[in-house]
Design a protein around this ligand. Structure first.
Ligand code: ADP
Length: 446
């Protein structure tokens, strides 16, 4: 092979190698560019998503706030800004306590253990509060409906929480207007109804009127319906007052043992008329003092509460009347027990019981169990609603335990006053009444 040919082949090989290198380089370049393009696209997409989420969160009229376990705010949408008066960028650097201050209906700040922004981390479940009032940046009080839900990390610990709240001032104002209308209307209508009832009673009174048996039958029906109408107006009036806090309320110290004993004596005749026995039972907590010389002596514990005796009487009468109304045979037991902090009393009957599925709705307005008994026994479905509202006024709790075919027990828990506190309050009441001698509130009149 001659030298020229060798040089030619060498140059050719080098040229091919250079071409391959250039092609590879180009391919690598293209690949890199393609990779960079994907990353750019991904970043754009993410930015778009974030923007979209931000747009959505800010389009929500409700306040949306995200806090971490240290209660630091991480998200504060424009709805939250509008309600609280805090611009998002300022709120974002702060702790929730500095921005969202909530108070209860009595204008008391929520203690930490009941503040939903704290309790959500321990309760580990969604918390709803429809009674909270938010104190805005300018100290304006705004009623809100608040829901706060926990967010869990991979160890199932609550690492953050999302609060959603709504300004309900307009709804409340509307509710108040409706309540006022119902109050005025039922108040106005009660007067003529009472007059009709009175005249019907006169017509049915043999000493005053002479009517034949057919007319008596008609008038008795009219009289019963008028009484029902009268109690409906009365219940409507009470329930609308209870709803917007206009129920008159003069709490005093009441010793529940004496109060319920007297109540039982007063009402047992209405149960006897139906052949029902009424029993008062002072529950666990009564102490037998065997050391006393005259044999065994029952030392009755004193169960003091602070409530308006008239309001409490409304509640117990309602429960007792229901027990009589719905029970055909057996017994009604009024019971009292308690511990250091709670006074518990109950009204138990041997009536038809309440279906399980109705129990959660029982204390709602106008709720009546739909069965043959309620269809024949008159009622408004407002009694238990009023009971709940009154008991809540005293930070108490009312509920029912019932077994179909066996009977129902309605329980009430009220905060218990220590004897020392009760005596102090009784002394103060006595001074205020200028009576000089402290006295336990007399039980309700029959
Ligand atoms: P009502 O005027 O209908 O008695 P309430 O609010 O007092 O209204 O009671 C609501 C419903 O609860 C009643 O309609 C009845 O179905 C049921 N209820 C209440 N008390 C009893 C009871 N002791 N036994 C059985 N059912 C009861």
């Amino acid at each position: 092979m001659n030298t020229r040919l060798l040089i030619f082949i060498g140059v050719g090989v080098i040229a091919v190698l250079v071409i391959i290198a250039v092609v590879l380089l180009r391919m690598a370049n293209l690949k890199r560019r393609a990779g960079a393009g994907t990353a750019v696209k991904l970043a754009d997409a993410l930015r778009d998503e974030r923007l979209k989420s931000e747009i959505i969160v800010n389009a929500i009229e409700d306040g949306v706030v995200l806090i971490d376990a240290q209660k630091k705010i991480h998200l504060f949408n424009s709805g939250a800004s509008k309600i609280t008066g805090w611009p998002s960028e300022e709120a974002l650097t702060l702790n929730i306590d500095a921005v969202i201050k909530i108070v209860d209906e009595k204008d008391q700040a929520y203690p930490t253990d009941t503040n939903p922004f704290y309790s959500v981390f321990t309760a580990k479940t969604t918390i709803r509060d429809d009674k909270a009032i938010l104190s805005s940046r300018s100290n304006k009080h705004i009623p809100i409906s608040l829901t706060i839900s926990p967010l869990f990390d991979e160890n199932k610990q609550v690492s953050a929480a999302v609060a959603i709240f709504r300004d309900v001032s307009q709804e409340r104002a509307e509710q108040q207007r409706r309540g006022e209308f119902i109050s005025t209307a039922s108040h106005e209508m009660r007067t003529p109804v009472a007059a009709i009832e009175g005249y019907l009673a006169l017509a049915l009174n043999e000493k005053v009127s002479t009517i034949d048996s057919r007319a008596r039958d008609f008038l008795e029906k009219a009289h019963a319906s008028t009484q029902h109408l009268g109690s409906l107006f009365q219940d409507l009036l009470t329930s609308s007052k209870a709803e917007d806090g206009r129920l008159s309320n003069h709490p005093v110290v009441i010793e529940m043992g004496a109060y319920l004993q007297q109540f039982t004596n007063d009402v047992k005749f209405s149960a006897e008329k139906k052949g029902l026995v009424t029993d008062f039972r002072l529950g666990a907590g009564s102490v037998i003092d065997a050391s006393s010389t005259g044999g065994q002596k029952v030392v009755k514990p004193l169960y003091y509460v602070q409530a308006d005796p008239e309001r409490l009487r409304e509640v117990i009468t309602n429960l007792f009347d229901n027990a009589v109304k719905y029970t055909e045979q057996g017994k009604i037991t009024i019971g009292l027990t308690g511990n250091n902090t709670v006074v518990q009393f109950f009204i138990r009957d041997t009536g038809p019981g309440i279906p399980h599925e109705d129990v959660p709705h029982l204390f709602q307005k106008f709720y009546r169990v739909d069965n043959s008994t309620t269809r024949t026994v008159g009622g408004t479905g407002l009694g238990l609603f009023i009971c709940r509202k009154i008991i809540e006024l005293y930070n108490g709790h009312i509920w029912v335990d019932s077994e179909l075919g066996k009977g129902s027990s309605f329980y009430i828990n009220l905060p218990r006053l220590t004897t020392q506190k009760a005596e102090q309050l009784l002394a103060a009441e006595a001074t205020a009444n200028n009576q000089g001698v402290p006295n336990v509130t007399p039980p309700p009149a029959s």
